[in-house]
Design a protein around this ligand. Sequence first.
Ligand SMILES: [Fe+2]
Length: 267
Amino acid sequence: MKFIHLTDIHVTDPGATLFGQSPNLTLERCIDDIGRAHSDADLCVITGDLTHNGTGSEYMAARGILDRLGPRKLMLIGNHDQRGPALDHLSELVADNNGFLQQAIQTEAGVFVLMDTKTEGTNAGSYCPARQDWLAQILQEHHDQPVWLFMHHPPFDTGLPAMDQIAMAPQDADAIARLAIEHGDARHLFFGHFHRPMSGTWKGIPFSSHRSMMIQCALDFEKAGEVSGIFEEPQYAVVTINQNMTRIHYHDFDSSAARLSMGEPEH
Ligand SMILES: [Fe+2]
């Protein structure tokens, strides 16, 4: 199967800009590019920060733009989102018994687990015992097939001090790791929040993320406090899963880099 990973689309009110740019227009160009090159994708998963301010009007704008996206859409919320307005306007979101916007979706590659790591009142992430109980139940129900984890906040240190100040609470991250390891077949963790490409493994679980539709996070291993931004190109990821591998390509769809023929490859 093939799906598109989008993250941190930060939709604003129509006509509004952030740092001099329009995330809405960037998202529209992204959707155009996906439509041209990946109309065969089975799904598109958006890992949070669906809007910038979490208002009803922003979710209405997001609805209008995302309706142009061809593949079936799966989504979860980030620290910039607000559960109430998001639920009112985006029918893809579902609340669990405790009001957290998380759900499990059966796909041909296994179960996609869409998690809610938002914490009210802070940009940092959390995954409280109520959410952990939900995850434990989902993983138990699907003990016999692969699971794929999707969440906004990375559950580990990224190495960038400014971002790690708004990461997930360590004890909650440990709980997620314990449950995923107990399950025994967590294939990959896709996250957002970081606004830059990153991949690796965490406690044996491969992970990845990439750039947003908004300003990006600069690679700064020194600076704490204020997050350093940088005007790097936005990206989406093309994920292909088959029995033998998970393959992820990153595409700078807005790049003006010229293409050229490099000639026939020499064998
Ligand atoms: Fe974001």
